[in-house]
Design a protein around this ligand. Structure first.
Ligand code: FAD
Ligand code: AMP
Length: 478
C-alpha cells in the first residue's frame, strides 16, 4: 500500500533533519529517509556533520588542544606537570561517544516532533514519488506532496592519491587514527586540511600540508590569511604553497608523495596521508532519469534563491546545492524550505553566512573583505584591534591575532568582520548579528561592553574604524 506524506526529506544531515523537524512543527505530515550506517554497524541520523564532520573533528581539536596546553602551555602559569602522555584510542573513544550522543539526539527529536524516520536509500521518481530501498533490499514507494532533497556531499578523490585501507585516507579516515603518525602529509590547505593537520600536529606529528595554489586561504581577508600563515608556521605546520601532488606510492606501509613546486619535481615520505581536496555533491542513484531535476556543471542540483528545483514541489538544500558547504547554511536552507512549503514567506540572507576555521587561533569572518569591496568599487574604512592589547586575551595567554572591522566610508554601515584569535567564531557572530540589523561602526562603538572580555576587541575595532580606539594608536585620527 502506498503511503502519502506532505513532506518527504531524503537525507538526515543538518539540512535534511532540520527541514524535517521544522516541517513537522508546522503541522505537515513528514518523513525523513536516511541510509547512513555508523562504524558500529547501526543506522545513524545526523549526516556528515554529526557522524564524520563538524562534531567529531571539533572533539579531536579540543582533545588535542588540551594535550598541547598541558604539555607546553601550562608552564607559563606556573603549573608544572610531568609525565603527560596521550592515549589516542581513549581520545577516539570519547569522540565516538559524543557522535552517538548527538546522532541519538536527532532520533529523539524526530520522535518528539512526530517525524517518521525511514531507514534506507531514497530515490526521487517522476511525479513526486519516492522509492525507498530498505536495508534488506525490499523496495516501497512513498507519495509526497513535497520532496526535499538533502543528500549532502562526499570527499573528492584525486587520481594521484587513491585511498588505501589506512595509509592514504580522506577526512573520515583521519578521524580514526589509532596512534600519532610520526610524519603526516595533508593534501589541500582548505578548512578541513588545516583543522585535521592541526589535530595531529598538536599530538606530535611532523605535518606537511601541500597546496596547489600559490595563495593561502584565498577566501579569507588577505591580512587575516597572512597572520594565519605566520601563526601556523610558528606552530610547526609546514604549509607548502604552489605544491601540487602528482603521485603517491605505498612502500613498506609508508607513502611516498611526489609533488611539483617552484623547485621542480620532489618527493617526501609519510606514515599517513590525508586527502582533503574538497567535497562534491552526492547524488548517486538519487534521481530517476525521468524525474525532471536539473544539475549544474558541477553536478549540483540547480535551485533558485529559495532552494526550489526545476520541478514544482521538489526542493534541494545543503551541500548538494550552490553556496558554501557549511552545516549552518544547510540547516537554515532546511528551515526556509519547510516554512515556504507551509505557506510562509521565508527567505535567507546568503550575504551573512559566517565562515569559521576551528584551528587555534580560530579564524572566522562574515560579510565582505577588503579585496571584494575594492573589486566592487566600494569606499570603506577599516578598524583593526590586536588581541595583544586586550586584557582578557593576555590574561589567558592567548593574545595572538586581531579583530578587523570594515565599514562603508559614506554610511559607516558595517560591511565585514574578520577575526583571527581566541573565540573568533563567537566574536564574528556578534558582528553578524549587528550586520543583520544594519548597524554602523559608530553604533557598536557607543555600546557598553563588559570588561575584561574578548568582545572588547570587537568594540575597539568598531571604534578604530573612525579613528576613536582607546587602547591602541589609531591609524587615522579624528
Ligand atoms: P550531509 O551532512 O552530508 O548529510 C546528507 C545525508 O544524506 C547523509 O547522512 C547521507 O547518508 C544521506 N543520503 C545521501 N543520499 C541518500 C539517499 N539517496 N537516501 C537516503 N539518504 C541519503 N561545517 C560547518 O558548518 N562547521 C564545521 O565545523 C564543519 N566541519 C567539518 C569537518 C569535516 C571533517 C567535514 C567532512 C565537514 C565539515 N563541515 C563543517 C561541513 C558539514 O559537515 C556539511 O556542510 C554538512 O554536513 C552538510 O549538510 P547536508 O545536510 O547538506 O549533508
Ligand atoms: P577546500 O576545497 O577548501 O577544502 O580546499 C581544498 C584545497 O586542495 C584547494 O585549495 C585545492 O587547491 C587543493 N588541491 C586540490 N588538488 C591538489 C593537489 N593535487 N595537490 C595539492 N593541493 C591540491
Amino acid at each position: 500500500m502506498s503511503q502519502k506524506y506532505d513532506v518527504v526529506v531524503i537525507g538526515a544531515g543538518p539540512g535534511g533533519y532540520v527541514a524535517a523537524i521544522r516541517a513537522a512543527q508546522l503541522g505537515l505530515k513528514t518523513a525523513c529517509i536516511e541510509k547512513y550506517v555508523g562504524k558500529d554497524g547501526k543506522s545513524a541520523l545526523g549526516g556528515t556533520c554529526l557522524n564524520v564532520g563538524c562534531i567529531p573533528s571539533k572533539a579531536l581539536l579540543d582533545s588535542s588542544w588540551k594535550y598541547h596546553e598541558a604539555k607546553d602551555g601550562f608552564k607559563i602559569h606556573g603549573i608544572d606537570v610531568k609525565g603527560i602522555s596521550m592515549d589516542v584510542p581513549a581520545m577516539i573513544d570519547r569522540k565516538d561517544k559524543i557522535v552517538k550522543q548527538f546522532t541519538g539526539g536527532v532520533s529523539t527529536l524526530f520522535k518528539a516532533n512526530g517525524v517518521t524516520s525511514i531507514e534506507g536509500h531514497g530515490k526521487l521518481l517522476a511525479g513526486k514519488k519516492v522509492e525507498v530501498t530498505a536495508p534488506d533490499g525490499t523496495t516501497s514507494i512513498i507519495d509526497a506532496e513535497n520532496v526535499i532533497l538533502a543528500s549532502g556531499s562526499v570527499p573528492i578523490e584525486i587520481p594521484p592519491a587513491p585511498l588505501t585501507d589506512d595509509t592514504i585516507v580522506d577526512s573520515t579516515g583521519a578521524l580514526e587514527f589509532t596512534s600519532v603518525p610520526k610524519k603526516l602529509g595533508v593534501i589541500g590547505a582548505g578548512v578541513i586540511g588545516l583543522e585535521l593537520g592541526s589535530v595531529w600536529r598538536r599530538l606530535g606529528s611532523e605535518v606537511v600540508v601541500f597546496e596547489a595554489l600559490d595563495t593561502f586561504l584565498g577566501l579569507a581577508d588577505e591580512q587575516i590569511a597572512k597572520e594565519a600563515m605566520k601563526t601556523f608556521t610558528k606552530q610547526g605546520l609546514q604549509v607548502r604553497l604552489g605544491a601540487r601532488v602528482t603521485g603517491t606510492e605505498i612502500k613498506r606501509k609508508q607513502v611516498v608523495v611526489s609533488f611539483s613546486d617552484s623547485e621542480g619535481e620532489q618527493q617526501l615520505t609519510f606514515d599517513k596521508l590525508i586527502v582533503a581536496v574538497g567535497r562534491r555533491p552526492y547524488t548517486e542513484n538519487l534521481l530517476a532519469s525521468d524525474c525532471g531535476i536539473d544539475l549544474d556543471e558541477r553536478g549540483m542540483v540547480f535551485v533558485d534563491d529559495y532552494c526550489a528545483t526545476s520541478v514544482p514541489g521538489v526542493y534541494a538544500v545543503g551541500d548538494m546545492v550552490r553556496g558554501p558547504m557549511l552545516a549552518h547554511k544547510s540547516s537554515e536552507e532546511g528551515v526556509m524550505v519547510a516554512e515556504r512549503i507551509a505557506g510562509h514567506k521565508a527567505a535567507m540572507n546568503y550575504d551573512l553566512v559566517p565562515s569559521v576555521i576551528y584551528t587555534h587561533p580560530e579564524i572566522a569572518w562574515v560579510g565582505k573583505n577588503e579585496k571584494q569591496l575594492k573589486a566592487e568599487g566600494v569606499e570603506f574604512n577599516v578598524g583593526v584591534f590586536p588581541f595583544a592589547a586586550n586584557g582578557r586575551a593576555v590574561a589567558g595567554n592567548d593574545a595572538g591575532g586581531m579583530v578587523k572591522m570594515i565599514a562603508d566610508a559614506k554610511t559607516d554601515r558595517v560591511l565585514g568582520v574578520h577575526v583571527i584569535g581566541p573565540s573568533a567564531a563567537e566574536l564574528v557572530q556578534q558582528g553578524a548579528i549587528a550586520m543583520e540589523f544594519g548597524t554602523s561602526a559608530e553604533d557598536l562603538g557607543m555600546m557598553v561592553f563588559s570588561h575584561p572580555t574578548l568582545s572588547e576587541a570587537l568594540h575597539e575595532a568598531a571604534l578604530a574604524v573612525n579613528g576613536h580606539a582607546i587602547h591602541v594608536a589609531n591609524r587615522k585620527k579624528r
